[in-house]
Design a protein around this ligand. Sequence first.
Ligand SMILES: Nc1nc2c(ncn2[C@@H]2O[C@H](COP(=O)(O)OP(=O)(O)OP(=O)(O)O)[C@@H](O)[C@H]2O)c(=O)[nH]1
Length: 600
Amino acid sequence: MTELSRIRNFSIIAHIDHGKSTLADRFIQVCGGLTDREMAEQVLDSMDLERERGITIKAQSVTLNYKARDGIEYKLNFIDTPGHVDFSYEVSRSLFACEGALLVVDAGQGVEAQSVANCYTAIEQGLEVVPVLNKMDLPQAEPERVAQEIEDIIGIEASDAVRCSAKSGLGVEDVLEDLIRRIPPPQGEENAPLQALIIDSWFDNYLGVVSLVRVRQGVLRKGDKIQIKSTGKAWNADKVGIFSPKPTETGELGTGEVGFVVAGIKDIHGAPVGDTIVSNKHAAETAAVPGFKKVKPQVYAGLFPVSADDYDDFRDALEKLTLNDASLFYEPENSDALGFGFRCGFLGMLHMEIIQERLEREYDIDLITTAPTVIYEVVTRTGEVISVDNPSRLPDVGSIEEMREPIVEASILVPQEHLGNVIALCEEKRGVQSNMLFLANQVQLTYELPMAEVVLDFFDRIKSASRGFASLDYHFKRFQPANLVRLDVLINAERVDALALIVHRDQAHHKGRALIEKMKELIPRQMFDIAIQAAIGTHVVARVTVKALRKNVTAKCYGGDVSRKKKLLQKQKEGKKRMKQLGNVEVPQEAFLAVLKVDS
Ligand SMILES: Nc1nc2c(ncn2[C@@H]2O[C@H](COP(=O)(O)OP(=O)(O)OP(=O)(O)O)[C@@H](O)[C@H]2O)c(=O)[nH]1
């Protein structure tokens, strides 16, 4: 067991692309955790998809042995955190297991809103935040300006922040030295009964559920009878160890340490993130570690297999995905237009795209996704409050007393020269400004905005309005009464349930018109005219027609070249894969998501 004074538990707070993963890889290299050959690019981003998109999704940890300049060997537990705003709850749960955090800032860019929000969380949780200026090898690095910005915006001393380059390796050991000096060691009673916090749980095909834990007090040993506090179920700790970064069994985890435990649990709901593991013998007298907030999905959409034959495979795939992703929600949904599918809940649009891509790539299921929506609250005339995550399930207008939409508080950091554009965008999105602070070169804006306006494309819009310089962080604040209506889309006079949207009444006409114009571009011409209408109740607000066209793909083939003809027909068939037949009209997947393309 390692003496507490030689342990440091830390996270890295960084904005996307500021170099967190590169720096973590450098740490692993400096501490000799892997041979060069094993040091494949960016070891910590383990999922294929993460690697392709270059973003970190799942929290991971690594234990490193670092021989410091004072001659002492320290055990450094690094708990990785994702960078995207959709996954910010994972940051707060990783911070729970640490005494400190490195704030890595790109010295050529400066502080970004999300890092600010995460730093505040860290400081609130009593963590020591240690600033690091990265990318010092770049000619545009301006360490003095950025250090000043850290002091002004976050309010921590940064003039002496270590300057490094994760890419070249310059200053990386200085970062480790600074970390050891400034981040306090963990505290806790070695002889007390076991109390360990579950930071993360995931499903492994061979081992069952693996949980990443932080021991608060006592010792977790292989063979111990343990209990999961919230379920009251007892298990046997079959495997106990650390990630170095390869999983390595050590047989025990002492107070203050971070590592994994495998206890024969078959379902991640049996070892929920944020739960506490205690010794079975002392379960009654050991309290749970005060956990962190549970996350709820923010964005809902219907997912339907293109081919009804895929339904069972689709359900199995969702079941498997939730084994590793407790934040993914699903329940069966039946649409008149699209048949049997599932209503799924996601943390945000990125999460939705990732799940959709995994379903298609890893499980080979072609899907139609309906327009994403947030959750609305509806108060009925009888005084009942119901949550609506599906526009087509909105109760009859006559029975609605009030509708409420979710409001977020958004914090935006933007350089002064782009302030006007960003404010204009917030106004367009029905935002209400609650604060504006001029800090160093940046302005910190606080807005209350309807969540529906924020989750879809706000992030991309704000980036383009500021030439990539503005950054955004937001969280749910409350539900607020709003004048909302359901906008229906009719194709050849048939209402298509899967295309319904909930929109603000003031925007209904404009949105309806823009939406069907977009759909007109996306629905290919067919052998007959197709009328597309947008309607509120029985009132049609806009109408377009997709003109008939006889599309004969083989017309171009002269002579009797059969193989060429076959090839063309095959090509056309593949092109059809993601089409859905609505009545006699073929509608492509893109048309169901047309609303996402309306604003841009
Ligand atoms: N020039 C230079 N480039 C760097 C440095 N550190 C990282 N980069 C580059 O910056 C890009 C982003 O680095 P990552 O380490 O993937 O960033 P990240 O913060 O982990 O991003 P997420 O995983 O998405 O949170 C990569 O192309 C790196 O090669 C540095 O010190 N200098």
